[in-house]
Design a protein around this ligand. Structure first.
Ligand SMILES: C[S@@+](CC[C@H](N)C(=O)[O-])C[C@H]1O[C@@H](n2cnc3c(N)ncnc32)[C@H](O)[C@@H]1O
Length: 490
């Protein structure tokens, strides 16, 4: 009681200035842009509204839901003029699920939009001149640096942009005596049961359904977040795209699984592609899905899969790209940009389990990979061995610390490849790259805004960005991956 009262007195209600729209008001607006997460951008008397469900070029009626000082959020209530790019989303639960944001936009338009997002970031954040895009006033207004421009190629999309994900991780709950599993409804932890997901590889759906049914047959309970009781928290499935091998991971709230042998026997009997069944024990009251302890319940510890000519062993916890078709496209581009002749020394920063490093090692004299997660480096070494690759060395540690140490030991790189997380490269790493003066830098990025920021730093440090290739790794979502080529100006 006391606590509640105290919290109330401490709450200072922030006053909003006079705004041109009011909460719950219905407004009519034309949509002039699209955010990376699929919200239409409209303006009402100069005030920005993010309109859920609306597309660029459309005129909509929208209800204002939430207001901030500089912008607000609204929901489309009536489509007054539709965009020619609007399509009917094929997924029956698209409106409830947060997994995809762009199913209502044609795939061709998604690819155009992703390229535009990259160009906008390069111009506005990177102050780069993009060939044939922003010229004259627009470039000047954005403060772009004059000189030769960057070529941003059309986004490389998928021929069939459905059923591409090789990994599914679904929360499990209980309803009316049965197990449900799927995704959380927007802004909640209420599980919406799902039988199929159109961006998941089909057999992943089958395995999740089968595991739920067998769990019910054996009277397995689902974990309840509120009480902390119940056993099964999540089911994770991974499929080898080339090998068709599957791994099932049962994430449990506790060590003991009743009738575990019967459970694994029934899974394998009904799904013979399953080569590994693991248990991840997670007893913490947390949103993090996997626990710290992984045990093999049946079969192997790993499944195998290939990207191009390289074979990878994938364990329950390994980081492995989720779209295998586009991964090959992306890595192929990185290899093309590296322009290797067999004589080069290459550094692969943020190398994960060595996927790009091993791709490059086929054509380089020597590759050095660095990654912060020790287990990933163990996997990278094992994968090099699995493929008989002897010219790749791996080190665990922060790229911004390990690469300067390599430099101090006299290691020089002809090509440096970076593939950082969304926050981009550490400033100290960029400084080291500039000081090492490789002939080429290949920058693989999953976030165009940090890419643009880092390209500006590298440009100021003596590199020129020649080409940026957007690759659609995640169709129907707002994400876009890029592979960029920079050369040393000298
Ligand atoms: C986008 S992933 C790229 C992985 C790999 N190149 C691939 O394609 O599978 C980024 C990787 O950077 C690692 N990482 C994050 N911060 C790091 C740092 N400071 N130094 C080295 N690696 C880091 C993450 O653990 C992750 O494996």
């Amino acid at each position: 009681m006391t606590k509640t009262r105290k919290r109330k007195t401490n709450t200072v209600k922030k006053e909003l200035p006079d705004l041109p729209v009011a909460k719950n008001e219905e407004v009519v607006t034309e949509i002039i842009g699209l955010t990376h997460d699929g919200q239409g951008v409209g303006r009402v008397n100069g005030f920005t509204l993010f309109v859920h469900g609306a597309l660029p070029g459309e005129k909509v009626r929208a209800k204002v839901l939430k207001l901030k000082k500089q912008y607000g959020y609204a929901k489309m209530t009536q489509l007054l003029e539709a965009s020619p790019d609007r399509v009917a989303p094929p997924c029956a639960i698209y409106d409830q699920c947060g997994g995809c944001q762009l199913q209502h936009l044609s795939y061709e338009a998604q690819l155009r939009m992703k390229r535009k997002q990259v160009v906008d970031n390069l111009v506005k954040i990177g102050k780069l001149q993009v060939n044939g895009e922003a010229d004259g006033d627009a470039v000047a207004a954005a403060g772009a640096v004059a000189g030769e421009g960057v070529e941003v190629l059309p986004t490389l999309g998928m021929q069939d942009p459905w059923r591409y994900r090789n990994k599914a991780l679904v929360p499990i709950g209980e309803r009316e005596g049965g197990l449900v599993g799927g995704f959380y409804a927007a802004n909640s932890h209420r599980i919406i049961d799902m039988d199929t997901c159109l961006i998941q590889h089909g057999p992943n759906d089958d395995v999740i359904r089968t595991v739920k049914r067998i769990g019910e047959e054996l009277g397995i309970t689902a974990y309840d977040e509120e009480t902390g009781k119940g056993l099964l928290r999540h089911v994770m499935v991974r499929t080898g795209y080339v090998s068709d091998e599957m791994m099932v991971v049962l994430v449990t709230n506790g060590d003991r699984i009743p009738k575990v042998e019967e459970w694994t026997r029934r899974i394998v009997e009904r799904m013979p592609q399953v080569k590994s069944i693991c248990q991840s024990v997670n007893t913490k009251r947390t949103n993090v899905a996997l626990g710290d302890v992984t045990k093999v319940l049946w079969g192997r510890e790993v499944i195998y899969d290939s990207i191009g000519p390289i074979r990878f062993a994938i364990s329950a916890r390994s980081f492995y790209q989720v779209n295998p078709v586009q991964t090959e496209v992306l890595y192929g581009k990185a290899l093309e940009y590296a322009q290797l002749t067999g004589e080069e020394t290459v550094i692969d920063a943020y190398c994960g389990i060595g996927t790009i490093s091993l791709f490059l090692a086929q054509k380089a004299r020597k590759v050095y990979g660095v990654e912060i997660v020790e287990q990933a480096i163990e996997d990278a070494k094992a994968n090099a061995e699995l493929n008989g690759i002897r010219n790749a060395d791996f080190a665990a540690g922060a790229a911004e610390e390990v690469i300067p140490a390599w430099r101090a030991q006299g290691i020089a790189a002809d090509v440096i490849v970076v593939d950082p997380p969304r926050k981009g490269c550490d400033a100290a790493l960029l400084e080291t790259i500039i000081a090492m003066q490789p002939k080429r830098v290949v920058y693989v990025s999953c976030n165009p805004s940090t890419l643009a920021r880092d390209l500006r730093i590298l440009e100021d440090g003596g590199f020129q960005t020649l080409q940026v290739q957007p690759v659609d790794m995640f169709p129907h979502t707002g994400h876009v991956e890029c592979c960029s080529l920079l050369v040393r100006k000298d």
